[in-house]
Design a protein around this ligand. Sequence first.
Ligand SMILES: C[S@@+](CC[C@H](N)C(=O)[O-])C[C@H]1O[C@@H](n2cnc3c(N)ncnc32)[C@H](O)[C@@H]1O
Length: 276
Amino acid sequence: MTMTPEKLYLDLLKKTLSFSFWPEPPVPIETFNYMRPPFQKRLLSFLARIFSNYGFEIVERQSQPSPEDKEEGKIWPLNALTMIGLKRLDNLQYAIETVIEEKVPGDLIETGVWRGGACIFMRAVLKVYGITGRRVFVADSFQGLPEPDPERYPADQGDPHHTHEYLAVSLEEVRENFKRFDMLDEQVTFLKGWFQDTLPSAPIDKLAVLRLDGDMYGSTMVALENLYPKLSKGGFCIVDDYGLTGCQKAVDDFRARQGIDSKIHKIDWTGIYWRK
Ligand SMILES: C[S@@+](CC[C@H](N)C(=O)[O-])C[C@H]1O[C@@H](n2cnc3c(N)ncnc32)[C@H](O)[C@@H]1O
């Protein structure tokens, strides 16, 4: 492949957004304190506060993930702005470049954005190719995942994702991340709220790339039901969490119900996509 300045820039951006250049640093004790038993949690919070009064931070050493685990987005990174890893970022670039080249009409959306890195990358791809007629939609609660609703979605019974404070990133923080990369402009639209509230009335006419990253059965199903009908023929439906049983079931149920038989392509251990 010829490395044009555009490709070189996007390559550098992928490595920066996924923090691939650098080793994972030690983790401040507060980051995952919410997962510890109550006594340990209180004790460590107390100690962390005392130390911080004296200008110190308590951190936890962690073993370095293997390069493969990092590349395939198998870790919850400390500093990266996206956790999807390089293979899924490459796939996202391929999808956007393909819809541009083949003139598949429509905007781009990610449902479930965390710190916004994958959406920043989407905006960057449009920018380097001078595409002004497509928008990037950034859909998230900006407060983490919803509690399971097992009556509606039995497959989500007992799902613990909503307990992870680490997955809750505010809209202000995500906007700031866009700004740091010079990617916050009128071609970016934030859809803040639970998918079931924002997606049915989202001001989207057509989509060329639909990227689902909501982890749970319900979050995947709501996104598919509301957005798949807007995906243009030839558009990409990318699913980040096919490696999770709930998400996989939602995709399989939806495809069966809609009679979708387009070939599923595997991206890595969890990412898949198909073209409409
Ligand atoms: C695993 S993270 C997404 C990772 C992200 N795509 C990246 O590039 O690193 C899942 C995100 O989905 C959001 N989410 C999941 N279900 C949701 C729902 N039903 N409504 C709104 N946001 C939801 C969470 O807030 C969280 O930010």
